[in-house]
Design a binder for this molecule. Structure first.
Ligand code: ADP
Ligand code: MG
Length: 292
């Protein structure tokens, strides 16, 4: 199957200007990135602030066009003006702040706006609204005012709005950054279901390591480049490298790493507290002493 997202030597430069509009300098935000994402993959993108994640994401939705290189979404070149609406329908985007994304007075209206704009017949709009709200478990709130919802609920409504466009791919740029732990869990659960149940390709940008452990692949960005790429386990077994890239490591991974440093025979790349507990259980059953 062809790649749903493909980039070759994608480079993007922001031109910085002073107050008079004179060019002060150039920031290379994305630097020769070549990426291949297959349909149905769940990709997580990590990287410290300013590493180029949002700039990369905006290319996949044709919000930005490359300074150099090419991006294809489902085979279409994003710099082709004629393909832009197709591209935006294929690859929907969810941003950090749910308050900037919801425009309707009632949840179901909000979710229906996108399909209405592209001329979907009324009967089908309502079908899409229902299925999208059910997919993010917000159907019970369809008659509510978005203002009264929690951050996590609002963000799930934003996701439903993108889903109603029947995208093949959804890009979420730090969708949980403004949410409390409970809201974060709700949103991540909804995103995982889209991938598992609907087979929608997911690109999740986050700075919460824990949110990446279910991804098929993790990409770590640094200075506009892909600095690391691998399964979550491959990535999180490289604790020192992650620290160099100024990333936090999941707590269970860090604890396992420190214990390994003290001579405890734990495998690399432990991701969750449960895995750590299980591995320590194995060691203690073998009769090893836990504390050196
Ligand atoms: P991230 O999402 O990983 O935090 P960004 O893609 O937002 O990274 O930013 C990458 C680099 O581009 C940073 O150095 C940032 O300061 C710069 N940048 C981002 N947006 C703009 C902009 N609108 N104008 C100028 N520079 C920008
Ligand atoms: Mg960003």
């Amino acid at each position: 199957m062809p790649n749903i997202i493909k980039t070759r030597n994608l480079t993007y430069e922001y031109i910085r200007r002073d107050e008079e509009g004179n060019v002060e300098g150039i920031t290379t935000a994305v630097d020769h990135v070549s990426l291949d994402i297959r349909p149905g993959e769940f990709i997580a993108i990590l990287g410290h602030n300013g590493s180029g994640k949002s700039t990369l994401a905006k290319h996949i939705n044709a919000i930005l066009n490359p300074t150099e290189g090419t991006v294809w979404v489902d085979g279409k070149d994003t710099s082709d003006e004629e393909a832009i609406w197709d591209i935006r329908q294929t690859a929907g985007m969810v941003f950090q702040n749910p308050d900037n994304q919801i425009i309707g007075q009632v949840v179901e209206e909000d979710v229906g706006f996108g399909p209405e704009n592209i001329g979907v017949p009324t009967k089908e709009i309502w079908e899409r609204v229902e299925e999208s709200l059910r997919a993010v478990r917000m159907y019970a709130y369809r008659k509510h005012s978005p203002n009264k919802l929690s951050g996590g609920q609002k963000q799930r409504v934003s996701i439903a709005g993108v889903l109603a466009m029947h995208p093949k791919c959804i890009i979420l740029d730090e969708p949980t950054a403004m949410l409390d732990p409970n809201g974060r869990k709700e949103v991540i659960r909804a995103v995982r279901a889209l991938n598992d149940v609907e087979q929608i390709t997911v690109i999740l940008i986050t700075h919460y390591m824990e949110e990446t452990i279910h991804a098929n692949r993790v990409l770590v960005m640094n200075e506009g480049k892909i600095a690391m790429e691998g399964t979550p386990r491959e990535i999180f077994s490289q604790v020192e490298r992650l620290k160099e890239l100024r990333l936090d490591v999941p707590q269970a991974t860090l604890l396992a790493h420190e214990l390994r440093g003290r001579g405890l025979e734990l495998p690399a790349g432990i991701l969750t507290a449960q895995e750590l507990v299980d591995e320590i259980g194995k060691i203690s059953r073998k009769g090893n002493r836990i504390c050196p």
